[in-house]
Design a protein around this ligand. Structure first.
Ligand code: GLY
Length: 381
């Protein structure tokens, strides 16, 4: 495909070096395209950017994300198209993780023990039952559990816990390991990395352009992608072994949190959710998360607090991602953004759909087209 082209011009330029951009790059390079990824934080050797400070803002949502792969727990009232996409991508995850680990010779921290929904008070239990009943009615795998059954599965849970549920199909992966592995796999497949902030898609020297820049897509495309800030903490268990192995999705005195235990001893505790553009980590946010976590798992008070970060989820008006063709200025691009709370879960299906569009001309589902926000639809096949 590259024969006769001007020097340096590639088949595909991808703006954004997070998991979505990298996975699209990897899949398209596997399909024979000459691909370059543009990102101002990714060194040109594709290796991990230097670590940032322990408290503060990280640029990409993936850098703070816990990595819950939760098609059940993240299914909300009135979002049937999104739920179907989450379920589709969850089914791709085991194969995707195995293929990626082999391609990168690196682990991504995929764990399949499942997720426990845990409610502290009677009101919390009522809220949890309402949403889990809806999820069950959709045919998603979730089963109510008594307090004693919950504590049998995870003895660290507080005796005050009033009840909950088990979602065996809600798994987890480590987004930092995932991103690192994707860089390696993409690099091995021939993808090049350009360390540059793209201010305008016309700067990308490529036949076709994918915008996978999270919240940055708003500036590049004019599409309605807004930052929804989340504060996330990272803890470490004394002795390096968290006393629980399921992901915990907790309801505690009206606060909703999650705790994600890793095999390496890290526990990710999230997340607040604020419609604000700044990246502050607030004392109130940290207090809220820690109080809820310690109410559900008292031994959390003994864990070391090692990181407090804030990241920007790329939200859209209907919470669905934006996948497909779009005209911005004089240039046609393909957009893969707006994944909101689901970027890590939706990585495999997004990569497959975008590669299918670019390489085989397979149309994307209407429900995710950018054109639902205006009429600037373009044919991409
Ligand atoms: N995926 C969970 C969150 O966005 O907080």
């Amino acid at each position: 495909m590259s024969i006769g082209r001007r020097a340096g011009r590639v088949d595909l330029g991808i703006v954004g070096g997070g998991p979505i951009g990298l996975a699209v790059a990897w899949r398209c390079a596997q399909r024979g395209l000459d691909v370059a990824v543009y990102d101002d934080a990714t060194p040109e050797d594709g290796q991990r950017p230097p670590a940032r400070k322990a408290i503060g803002e990280r640029t990409g949502a993936w850098e703070v994300a816990a990595g819950m792969l939760a098609p059940v727990g993240e299914s909300c009232f009135g979002e049937p198209e999104l739920t179907a996409l989450l379920t589709d991508s969850a089914a791709r995850w085991p194969g995707f993780a195995a293929e990626l680990e082999a391609a990168a010779s690196a682990e991504v921290g995929y764990r399949a023990e499942g997720t426990l929904v845990v409610a502290l008070t009677a009101d919390d239990l009522a809220a949890a039952v309402r949403i889990t009943a809806y999820q069950r009615d959709l045919g998603l795998g979730i089963d109510r559990l008594t307090p004693s059954a919950l504590r049998e599965l995870e003895p660290v849970l507080s005796p005050r816990v009033r009840g909950g549920a088990l979602a065996p199909g809600d798994h987890q992966v480590d987004p930092r390991r995932l991103t690192s592995a994707l860089r390696i796999a993409a690099g091995r497949a021939g993808v090049r990395f350009v360390r540059r902030r793209v201010a305008d898609v016309c700067e990308v020297y490529a036949d076709r352009v994918v915008v996978a820049a999270g919240c940055g897509a708003a500036r590049l495309t004019g599409l309605p992608v807004r930052p929804v800030r989340g504060e996330v903490l990272r803890l470490r268990a004394p002795g390096g072994d968290p006393g629980f192995r399921h992901v915990i999705r907790g309801y505690a005195d009206g606060r909703e949190i999650y705790l994600v235990p890793r095999r390496d001893g890290e526990v990710v505790l999230g997340a607040t959710s604020h419609e604000r553009a700044d990246g502050a980590v607030t004392a109130g946010g940290v207090l809220e998360l820690l109080r809820a976590a310690a109410d559900l798992i008292p031994e959390i008070e003994e864990y070391a607090l090692v990181e407090a970060q804030s990241g920007a989820r790329p939200g859209t008006p209907d919470n669905r991602p934006i996948l497909g063709g779009w005209r911005t200025g004089s240039r046609e691009v393909v957009v893969a953004t707006g994944h909101y709370r689901h970027g890590i879960l939706l990585t495999p299906v997004t990569a497959d759909l975008i590669a299918g569009l670019l390489v085989d001309g397979v149309a994307l589902p209407d429900a995710f087209e950018a054109a639902r926000f205006t009429e600037r639809r373009v044919a991409c096949a």
